[in-house]
Structure formats: structure tokens, C-alpha cells
Write a protein that binds this ligand. Structure first.
Ligand code: PMP
Length: 339
């Protein structure tokens, strides 16, 4: 009998997710469309990788020590907070997580459930001192001054985030495809996933096309296309992706070849298709990523391989994306089994 591979708790169980062939998207395009099943990480999202990378870095820098008192503070749309809180618990540290109150109820409930010290703040633009990122930084500074042993994860500008994806997500995709990959599409919150994977894939084959998938209202697609950081018209029900006014340090300098702005209706069509035709339950950003992969595959033509990220699971958005009242209110497509 083979020796079973044992993962060492949360820290050992992050990553090495399946790369799933998406049947319908592949049939539609004549290409092979692949989704990296990041919802299978122990905290349920791609952000477990960034959380782990950031905490490993804090340990290496001597800011936190496993088994010794420590606090992790972060401002997050929810998923990074979940990854950080679980990873912190596994090392005996506490977590203080600042989240805008507009994020899904399921993510907030989950953060409470896992024992994070959750601080809800009103949603404010980055330029406002009340923005969740600034609130979390000030909290971390106060706690550091009082107790020491506190780390502000700072996922947007802490480069340990993109480095985690460069070291794990990108090489996994390269190995899982056996290097047979023509393009990669990915949406950005911090940009850690896109930048890290892009650098890892381009280092293997600079011809792999890297495409940013952006929701409406975000300024990132115009930044890639014209070097101009200016929000596009509209808004999005997707969570954790798009930037209205700035390019996070993790995304700066990433080798990106193009960008697609995807309307919510197109993203949700993929969320519902993945659910009912593939048996894969994913959130809005994953649907948006697949929609962009389909656009890129159509542009490349049949026979190509396009990979993307299935960032998190649908259960995190039951009260929104799978709620008929919410979909009707937002004038979004209502799948027949929910109507
Ligand atoms: N999808 C979801 C659901 C997320 O929570 C996030 C992170 N906020 C992303 C995508 C974007 O990932 P990254 O921060 O690596 O750009």
C-alpha cells in the first residue's frame, strides 16, 4: 500500500487544488477551458494562499512566533480574513478582521463562527480615512504599540501575497497542464493571484497570453489597456474584485497582455452554467473569470487551452447571487430552478 500523504493542519492543506476541465465552456469554444478549483482550499477560497504566504513571511521576519501570543489584523472583503483567521488559529494567534458591511452575510457569519474579532465598517472609497484598509492599518498600529507581536497583513501592498501565487498557484497550473497552456484569465482584487501566476507562467513560456478579467465599474481594465486608472461606467454585484481608483502594489509591473470588462449578466450566466451543467458551485468572481476565458478562447480559435481561477464557492453568496429577490432587484438573469 502507498504511504498516504498527510497534510499538516490548515497550513499544510492549502493549495494543490484540482484543475478541472469545464465541459460546456470547452464545447462552446472548441478549446480546452480549465478552472483551478480554489474553492477546495481549507478556508474555501484562493485567498488562503495569500493568507499563508503573508503569515509565513511574518514568521520569517520574526514578527510572529508559532505558539507565542500574536495578533493578525487585516482589512478584507472577507475571504482573506477567513484564511488569515483560520491560519492564525492553527498557530495560536488571534485575528482582528475589518470588513465593509456591504459584503455577503454568509462571509460575515463565517468570520464570526470561526472566532475572528470582526469589525464592520461602512463602505467608503480608498481616499476616505474611514475605508476598511485604513481602519485596519490604524488598528494594527495601535495594537502593535500596546502589545507588540501584531502583524498588519496589508494584502494589497504586501508583496508576500503575489509571491505565494508565484511559488504555488502558477507552478501548479504549469505542471497540471504539462505546459500545454496558451492563455490565463483572472480578475483582481489585490492582484496577487494574477501577478503571481502571470510571472510564473511567463517565466516558463513568455508566449502565454495573460488577460485581466474586470467587473464593470473597475479602473483596472482601462489601466491595462491605456495606462489610465479611471473607473469604467456601471457597478458589479461580484465581491472581492475590481478597483475603482488605484493599482495595488501587488499588481504593479505584472506582465499582462490584455483586459476584458465583463458585465454581471455574462458572469452570472457562467456561475449558473457551472452549477447546473458541471456540478460546480462557485461565486461571482469565478463566473467572471470563466466568462473572460471563453472570450479569450473564442479570440484564439479552436484547439487552444485557457486556464482560469474558480476563486471561491457559491455557498458564500446564497443570500445574494442565488436569491431570486436579489436577482430581480438587480435586474439580473434568474435561472429557471430559482424562479
Ligand atoms: N475572488 C474573490 C471571491 C476574492 O475574495 C478575491 C480577493 N479579494 C479575489 C477574487 C481576487 O484575488 P486577488 O486578491 O488575488 O486579486
Amino acid at each position: 500500500m502507498e504511504t498516504p500523504l498527510i497534510a499538516d493542519g490548515f497550513w499544510g492543506a492549502v493549495g494543490n487544488t484540482p484543475l478541472v476541465r469545464l465541459r460546456r465552456a470547452s464545447e462552446l469554444t472548441g478549446c480546452t477551458i480549465l478552472g483551478k478549483a480554489e474553492f477546495m482550499n481549507p478556508g474555501g477560497s484562493v485567498k488562503d494562499r495569500a493568507a499563508l504566504g503573508i503569515l509565513q513571511d511574518a514568521v520569517e521576519r520574526g514578527v510572529l512566533t508559532p505558539g507565542q501570543p500574536g495578533v493578525v489584523v487585516e482589512g478584507t472583503a472577507g475571504n482573506t480574513g477567513i484564511g488569515l483567521a483560520l491560519a492564525a488559529s492553527a498557530r495560536g494567534w488571534k485575528s482582528v478582521i475589518v470588513v465593509p458591511e456591504t459584503q455577503s452575510r454568509e462571509k460575515l457569519d463565517f468570520l464570526r463562527m470561526i472566532g475572528a474579532d470582526l469589525r464592520l465598517v461602512p463602505a467608503k472609497p480608498y481616499a476616505d480615512p474611514g475605508n476598511y484598509v485604513h481602519v485596519s492599518r490604524r488598528l494594527a498600529e495601535e495594537m502593535m504599540a500596546r502589545n507588540g507581536h501584531t502583524v498588519w497583513a496589508n494584502q494589497f501592498d504586501n508583496l508576500a501575497n503575489a509571491r505565494a501565487h508565484e511559488a504555488t498557484t502558477g507552478p501548479e497550473i504549469w505542471a497540471q497542464t504539462g505546459g500545454r497552456i496558451d492563455a490565463f484569465t483572472c480578475s483582481c482584487g489585490t492582484g496577487g493571484t494574477l501577478a503571481g501566476v502571470a510571472r510564473a507562467l511567463k517565466a516558463k513560456n513568455s508566449g502565454i497570453r495573460i488577460v485581466l478579467a474586470d467587473p464593470e465599474g473597475s479602473a483596472l481594465a482601462p489601466w491595462v489597456q491605456r495606462g489610465e486608472v479611471k473607473a469604467t461606467p456601471g457597478s458589479s454585484v461580484t465581491e472581492g474584485i475590481g478597483q475603482a481608483a488605484r493599482v495595488p502594489a501587488n499588481l504593479e509591473g505584472a506582465p499582462i497582455d490584455g483586459a476584458e470588462t465583463i458585465p454581471d449578466a455574462e458572469a452570472l450566466e457562467q456561475v449558473f452554467s457551472l452549477l447546473i451543467e458541471e456540478g460546480l458551485s462557485v461565486g461571482g468572481s469565478a463566473g467572471l473569470n470563466v466568462a473572460a476565458a471563453i472570450r479569450v478562447a473564442k479570440a484564439l480559435g479552436p484547439g487552444h487551452t485557457v486556464a482560469t481561477i474558480l476563486c471561491d464557492g457559491g455557498a458564500r453568496y446564497q443570500s445574494k447571487l442565488f436569491n431570486p429577490d436579489f436577482l430581480r432587484e438587480k435586474k439580473l438573469p434568474l435561472p429557471h430552478w430559482l424562479g
